[in-house]
Design a protein around this ligand. Sequence first.
Ligand code: VTB
Length: 319
Amino acid sequence: MDRNLALEFVRVTESAAIAASEWIGKGNGKAADGAAVDEMRDRFNQIDFKAEVVIGEGEKDQAPMLFTHEIVGLQKGKPTMDLAVDPLEATDSVAHGTYNALSVIVAAPKDTLMQAPDTYMQKIAVGPLAKDVINLDASTKTNIRSVAKALKKKPSDVTVLVLDRPRHETLIVDIRQTGARVRLITDGDVAGAIAPSLPDSGIDMLMGIGASAEAVLASAAIKILGGEILCRFVPKDEKDRKHILQEGAKLDYVYSTADLTKGNDMTFTATGVIDGPLLRGVVTNGHIITTHSLVMRGQSGTIRYITTHHHQTYDKKRI
Ligand code: VTB
């Protein structure tokens, strides 16, 4: 993949993040998401590439833009790339002005990103030192002890990030019984799953049930960083179970980074909307808007942190 595309994508996530940030704390998640989606799509259609959205805002009927199977980009002909996107990951965090929202794009050669049915997955994510010791079929206690050993820490020094949901009540009790720390987040398990792979995040593991699209998005970054995410579909009901099977996915299978993203010719690009464990959010200061982004390339393994100052008076289309 053209390596400069990764840098083109930063302009896209920056733009979407700025658009979403205008809605921080205004109680309107739909408007925040809509602003980010419009901006992302508009920007994609200014780039010299052709891609199919394989993970997007949902099926065509429910999502007017950036829907799954939508084709974007300036080039003619067949798409040569897959895109997994979340123009605004953690919409509720923006609506309520809380914590940890991102705009994110994963791009890869055609047919290398898993088209995961839109549902829930049970997940465990860890960084490079613990990548070989996690097991989705083992108990919480065993996983935490194994990760502690791999990180040369006591279990009581392990920090586990968990989405704050009633479905995680037992998981939280089990984690605390090992002596480990629980950090609860209201939303945003893309950043949450990537955090253990970054040395300074203060997070050692992500555990719990979150969205399947978020697993694919996170897996690209985790693969580039040398960590691991293991996940398995958790259907909500019988209809969901059938949908997973109809889409050709496997129910009892444990998916890893190798299944969610094939090869290593991918890019992961994200811009913070609100501060989180991965990135600071958009900061508006007088006539300058500052964005914080992360760009990773699978082929070279480079990780770039890009801080950009945007002049508010400058023509928006040329940011
Ligand atoms: C998580 C979270 C996302 O969806 O994946 C969550 O990280 C799972 O769904 O930010 P529920 O909210 O139904 O628990 C999000 O909240 C939104 O995509």
